[in-house]
Design a protein around this ligand. Structure first.
Ligand code: C5P
Length: 412
């Protein structure tokens, strides 16, 4: 592989010994490696081990060796093409999620502007703790590449989730991230500088002051597409319905909306500003209550049954996008629970899309939220790609953007 500069940040867990082997693997892969260690990591493995394996001085202290050395070490953050925290303890992840820089590793993490891979390892209860999971959600949304811990024997003597991923898995991720950064990579060449709008999430249609109609969409797919596009250098506007997916990093603009009508207005405004591509990943409600009661509708006034009259919401693709199609490439989404490909192809033609991403949320290996997912990408000539095994939405977004770039360049 082409060379690259890796900053390996080792935090304090028994799995620190595996980081020694990872250092060797990275060097054997032709990569330059510099290592920084927390105090706790140095209780498990000495800096000398990493110095010998990495063939570089190890940053082990923010203060101990005089100010000029400390500043030298901060240079490690700028030097690196990619940073890797392995093992990443709950503590170092929490510090990064909250921007705390109180030792050499957390300081380097804040000073590193490039991509970051984190391979957590910890006790299973620490992993499952809501604080850790909330921090992981923040880091994921910022684009940190998380390598989930595996299941197996933990140092605390039980078999559960929390083991550091194997060094070979971490090396593969380093290679993938470095490859993604290469300026001559076709997807980067294609997406860099493109103006792209993405819609995500559900819409909520008010029934009264407290109730609404909505659907199970979380906005994860649209957020992943927006984040990946931004990482590839596109100018991304995300129009987000009220889903649970956190706001991704690197956007040019972020427009939160609630109802289908609001989303329609936001899409119109963004397209009128000038746009090259539109991804309609939102699960827009198809119907909304005809009238919205100003207060709370009381059940005493309804009796045992309640009939709500619903009216169609604007079909954004047909009513807003179709009149603004000049110079715009449209990727729609089709969610179908039967005759998936046939219906998706019909939708592509009927709604004036260039591409459609079809998925069946009830199929094995698919679903709402961040669960692994399978999709089919269809163009005017039929299916062009489908993932062979279910992928997390972030990886799926990366694959879709690669395929679309290749297909669009091929057609140009
Ligand atoms: O017809 P259906 O709702 O299944 O089409 C799905 C596609 O149409 C998605 O890309 C979705 O974002 C878009 N859509 C829309 N306006 C609506 C409903 C869906 O643009 N009112």
């Amino acid at each position: 592989m082409a060379g690259g500069r890796v900053l390996l940040l080792v935090s304090g867990g028994i799995a620190a010994y595996k980081a020694c082997y990872l250092t060797r693997l990275l060097r054997q892969a032709g990569l330059d490696v510099k290592v920084a260690m927390t105090d706790a990591a140095q209780r498990f493995v000495t800096p000398m081990t990493f110095q010998v394996l990495s063939e570089n001085p190890v940053a082990s202290d923010l203060w101990g060796e005089g100010q000029s050395r400390a500043l030298d070490h901060i240079e490690y953050a700028r030097w690196a093409d990619v940073a890797v925290i392995a093992p990443a303890t709950a503590n170092v992840l929490a510090k990064l999620a909250h921007g705390i820089a109180d030792d050499i590793v957390s300081t380097l993490l804040l000073a590193h502007p490039g991509p970051l891979i984190a391979a957590p390892a910890m006790n299973d209860n620490m992993w499952a703790h809501p604080a850790t999971q909330a921090n992981l959600a923040v880091l994921r949304a910022r684009g940190v590449h998380l390598i989930e811990p595996g299941e197996g024997w933990l140092a605390c003597g039980i078999e559960s989730k929390g083991r550091l991923a194997e060094p070979e898995t971490i090396l593969a991720e380093v290679r993938r991230v470095l490859d993604e950064r290469r300026a001559d990579r076709p997807a980067r060449r294609f997406w860099a500088g493109k103006k792209v709008a993405v819609t995500a999430g559900p819409t909520c249609e008010a029934v009264d002051a407290v109730r609404f109609l909505s659907n199970r969409s979380t906005g994860t797919m649209g957020a992943a597409i927006a984040r990946r596009l931004a990482a590839l250098g596109a100018e991304v506007t995300l129009i987000a319905g009220p889903g649970a997916a956190p706001r991704p990093a690197g956007l040019v603009d972020y427009l939160p909306v609630v109802s289908a009508a609001e989303m329609a207005r936001a899409v119109a405004a963004v397209l009128d500003r000038g746009c090259d591509w539109l991804f309609m990943a939102a699960a827009v409600a198809d119907y909304a209550p005809r009238e919205v009661a100003p207060g709370k509708i009381k059940k005493e006034d309804q009796g045992d049954t309640w009939t709500l009259e619903l009216v169609r919401t604007p079909d954004i693709l047909r009513e807003v996008v179709a009149p603004r199609r000049a110079g715009l490439t449209v990727v729609g989404f089709a969610l179908e629970t039967d005759r998936l490909l046939e219906r998706a192809a019909a939708k592509l033609a009927r709604k004036g899309m260039d591409w459609v991403v079809a998925n069946d949320p009830t199929a094995a290996g698919s679903g709402f939220g961040d669960a692994p997912h399978s999709v089919h990408l269809l163009g005017p000539g039929g299916e062009v790609w489908a993932n062979e095994r279910p992928l997390g939405k972030d990886d799926l977004a990366g694959e879709l953007l690669d395929r679309l770039a290749a297909a669009a360049e091929g057609a140009a």
